[in-house]
Design a protein around this ligand. Sequence first.
Ligand code: 5GP
Length: 181
Amino acid sequence: MNQVIDRVLIPAADIQAKVVELGEEISADYEGENLLVVGILKGALVFMADLIRAIRIPIQIDFVAITSYGAATTSTGAVRILKDLEQAVEGRHILIVEDIVDTGLTLNYLTENLRSRGAASVKVCTLLDKPARRRVAIHTDYNGFDLPDEFVVGYGLDYAENYRHFPYVAVLRREVYAGTP
Ligand code: 5GP
């Protein structure tokens, strides 16, 4: 086992099976449509790369970057777009792809933003969800796994920009956070 990992919460094989399921569901729901899949950088990168290869309808992809936690493990509540979409939003069916929904502030902001810019529809696909931490009510249309209130890394998720490349979702050893405010 990796020296920084306390335990693996979701093994790589479970993630891959879930991604295929989600891709099938999305393909069936949007049959006959042309979908703009929008990944939230950087955390959704790995999930997005796998998910789009499990989708069987015509899609385009784009990315937004939104302020995240930085090196801390609790939310500040501040949400701001750092990098906007390159594709036009008006009239498009948009599927936002997120790594994890925590307080819901990020998705609340982004879904409202895209709706106000004239999207035909805005739905959300998240790999992970921590329902216990929600601060705003946000509806997610496609969900991978519910998690307990624990800080996780891997499969795109970082701690201080590290561990995004782990193929599983895991909890870090306590010592790794030691000394971080
Ligand atoms: P929200 O706006 O829902 O509070 O935050 C969502 C974002 O917070 C995620 O995209 C992710 O960047 C970050 N986040 C929330 N929980 C975790 C976690 O357990 N681990 C990591 N690495 N990031 C998290």
